[in-house]
Design a protein around this ligand. Sequence first.
Ligand code: AMP
Ligand code: MG
Length: 514
Amino acid sequence: MLVFEDRFTRYFPADTATGREPRTVQNALYARVEPEPISRSKLLLWSEETADLLGLPAAAARSDAVRDVLAGNAVVSGSVPYATVYGGHQFGHWAGQLGDGRAINLGEIGDFTLQLKGAGRTPFSRHADGRAVLRSSIREFLCSEAMHHLGIPTTRALSLVGTGSTVVRDMFYDGNPENEPCALVCRVSKSFLRFGHVELLAQRGEMDLLKRLTAYTLNPSDPDADATTPEAVAELFDRICRDTATLIARWMAVGFVHGVMNTDNMSMLSETIDYGPYGWLEKYDLQWTPNTTDAEGRRYCYGNQPAIAQWNLSRLGNALYPLIEDVEPLQNSLTAFNQEFHAGWNRLLAAKLGLSAEVLQANPLCYQQLVHVLSAMEMDFNLFFDALTRMAPQDADCSNTESLQALLACSYAQTPDPAPLQEWLQLYRKLVVESALADRGSSMRAVNPVFILRNHLVQDVIDAAHAGDLQPLQDIFVRLKTPYADAADDARWVRKCPPESMHRAGCSMLSCSS
Ligand code: AMP
Ligand code: MG
């Protein structure tokens, strides 16, 4: 049922050495390496939507042969498994060669590449085991599908397979190692190429390969190295700048924090990629990050994401420079990132508030005051906009007491002082009237989700899975498919982060090993 092509491996040169020994891989884009078999594979979750993308029949979910491939226990004909080599800037510093240390690509089906994350050691695993623990695999599977259903570009997840074995992990690198169950996620994307792939080739001066990589990015079905003219490469960079700007604006609009925006975690397709210590803004705080590894510097906190994306793009621009040899178009594209981000963010913010974009832009005080309301009153970011949306059709100016109470209920403060909110509402009412939007409620709903994959919800699901109960995992997977609609069981899913979860491991505290 799984019929692979090997376009990537045929187009790019392979490392001449084989095997899993850690090594430097040069003048090649990948090393051939097969997944390491596992003992007892069990299919834990399957995305029908992703299977549809690949044209797989419904029976694939029940097929032992398919499960064997997705467990890394079988390699079918046409599949030439490989791990790619890339580098990257980690926390602002050049880290040299990194590569797929725990991801093995199986090949393409149609336009898509399938990649097993947690499939065992590769030449890029350094001294790690190449495995992924169940908790991080659940988090990756659920969030990639949740992002898709929110309408945000992302790599997809096809399957989650339990391995029946454990590995030792020290979750917070604090001297408390534990045995944890493992799992594999089959990720699906049109390309898993990252900024770091381009950076490594440029850094090493491997110009022929850099051209090939660019040609492949421009046209994966028929790459032509001669087509990588300075104009074409500049255009490619410009597209990546604009698409990344749109992506980040959409992250910001739903309060998503990636957590590790290193350049090796930035997709050339401007998709969300590599779900590690991600989180969703609950109590509004521009400085918030779910990543304990980044707790001190807060480099990758919510409010920094646009600036970091632009910095990462400047690294990519540097790497592409040898193919363009002109700084001006690169600088123009980095400026375009800013414009595109602000335009996208303003458009989304106006839609979230149910105001016309022109009216919002002409009244910058509205956003400034809102930021003050959200932070001073410790508002839950998504619940606040949800409450605003619910009152929109019947109470366009939010003037009745019930509306005010609903907004106050989104605060994490014990007894929130309503004054900043009331002051903001006065201005807001005026702008709602001025905007005079028809269908205000439904257009607000289209950008203000009801359901958010909050870390504490995922952690509860993970705890249940560790105890052998997979039902909550299946339930949340159903719920995340319609994030913009109410559901019968929302008392279970739609609520503030409970106090006991605010500082619980896995909820607000996650490390890179997550
Ligand atoms: P990440 O922080 O997940 O983006 O990973 C950074 C680098 O570490 C990448 O090259 C990964 O492939 C590698 N890596 C992370 N976890 C493991 C692991 N368990 N085994 C091998 N390599 C890993
Ligand atoms: Mg990564």
